[in-house]
Design a protein around this ligand. Structure first.
Ligand SMILES: NC(=O)c1ccc[n+]([C@@H]2O[C@H](COP(=O)([O-])OP(=O)(O)OC[C@H]3O[C@@H](n4cnc5c(N)ncnc54)[C@H](O)[C@@H]3O)[C@@H](O)[C@H]2O)c1
Length: 358
């Protein structure tokens, strides 16, 4: 095999467009703005219902304008702006109709708090001709890009197994709004894993799931899930999450693994271990050599999920808008397919397992 070159970085636009940030909450401060600073993308202005929060964020990231209303943000936005919307999903149905027709928009996931909202959001985007993508940025995490790069070079052969396993102690108290929601773990966490499995393996023919609550987060609808995506009898795709592993770091786990006919890859998602401080990521791969014991290579990875992946999701929209790419992988229509699988997972979980014959 030719020497491997492992790409870890997203392609950038030739001419980044100006960004208007709608929302100045946790994820904008922790990931959107740090990513844009790193990539050299300029944010012209910011609006949040919480004006103080918008001002604090503007000061922190040297954003020139703080708008007092969404209308002001829209009227001040240049024609080529990208609206970077990061508000709770329930706000999208009323917010999106107020954006200019045909505007470019990057919408934070999830695409609504329910399947009905996802349909409404898709309809709004279609009716207004929005050039809209959903921020499924995990596809652009440097270790996910590295895995894609290896797989596209044929390094591990044909992928026949993909597994995402999360056993961590997530501090859910950081997000009080989850307590009011009927859907939590799959809609807010496993949605990323469903989306990247789709991105690697395509559309499954069906899905089995069970999602349950945990004594460590009893006020939340669910924080532990098992999801099997059905790709027939020769390809396994599995998501297992347990966000209530309150027994120290020693046996916590957080990884994505790919297995193929010629090798395997394991990417450790450090961010979720000891969240929010996190632990280092790790990227290892094994390429089978005839007559030799399997050996694993550790590949240093530059950057991580938060914030680097957020460069990729914005960059891919900007590249599509400028014509550098004819693909928009997280286009609203593609994101809607991820929402159909979230819906299927809940239907499967509600329906329960196959009754046991007596
Ligand atoms: N990895 C990821 O993709 C990721 C991670 C975290 C959060 N998120 C998503 O990002 C969104 C925001 O999450 P967060 O953690 O920043 O929440 P947050 O509660 O910290 O911030 C939300 C902000 O939105 C503002 N807001 C609410 N409605 C608004 C409206 N109509 N117009 C303008 N501002 C409005 C609030 O005042 C608040 O400042 C959620 O949908 C969440 O699911 C995604």
């Amino acid at each position: 095999m030719a020497a491997l070159k492992i790409n870890q970085a997203a392609l950038l636009p030739k001419e980044p467009r100006p960004i208007i940030s709608i929302g100045a909450g946790g994820i904008v401060n922790d990931a959107h703005q740090p990513a844009y600073q790193k990539a050299g993308f300029k944010t012209l202005g910011i609006f949040d219902l919480n004006q103080k929060q918008a001002e604090v964020t503007a000061t922190k990231f040297a954003i020139p304008s703080v708008y007092t209303s969404l209308g002001e943000a829209v009227s001040q936005a240049p024609d080529n702006a990208v609206f970077d919307v990061a508000v709770p999903a329930a706000a999208l149905e009323t917010l999106l109709p107020q954006l200019p027709d045909a505007a470019a928009v990057l919408i934070q996931k999830p695409m609504g708090d329910s399947f009905a909202q996802a349909k409404t959001i898709r309809a709004i985007c279609q009716d207004k001709g929005l050039q809209a993508a959903v921020n499924f940025q995990m596809r652009y995490a440097p270790y996910v890009l590295a895995a894609r790069s290896l797989i596209e070079q044929g390094a591990i052969g044909e992928v026949h197994d993909m597994e995402i396993r999360i056993k961590v102690n997530t501090p859910w108290h950081l997000w009080h709004f989850f307590e009011a929601l009927p859907r939590v773990e799959i809609l807010y966490h496993s949605i990323h894993y469903i989306d990247i499995i789709r991105a690697f393996l395509g559309e499954p023919s069906g899905l089995y799931a069970k999602t349950v609550s945990s004594p460590t987060s009893a006020k939340l609808a669910s924080t532990r899930s098992n999801i099997i995506m059905d790709y027939g009898n020769h390809l396994r795709a599995n998501i297992t999450t347990n966000h209530g592993h309150a027994y120290g770091l020693k046996n916590q786990e957080s990884y994505i693994a790919w297995e193929g006919t010629k090798g395997a890859i394991k990417a450790t998602i450090g961010l979720l271990l000891n969240y929010p401080e996190g632990k280092p990521d790790a990227f290892e791969y094994c390429i089978l050599q005839e007559g030799q014991e399997p050996g694993w290579t550790t590949q240093p990875i530059s950057g991580t999920w938060f914030p680097d992946a957020f460069i990729g999701s914005m960059a891919s929209l900007m590249r599509f808008l400028e014509g550098s790419s004819d693909q928009l992988p997280t286009h609203i229509d593609d994101a809607f397919k991820t929402m159909t699988l979230v819906e299927a997972a809940h239907r499967s979980s509600d329906a329960g397992g196959v009754p046991i014959l007596l």
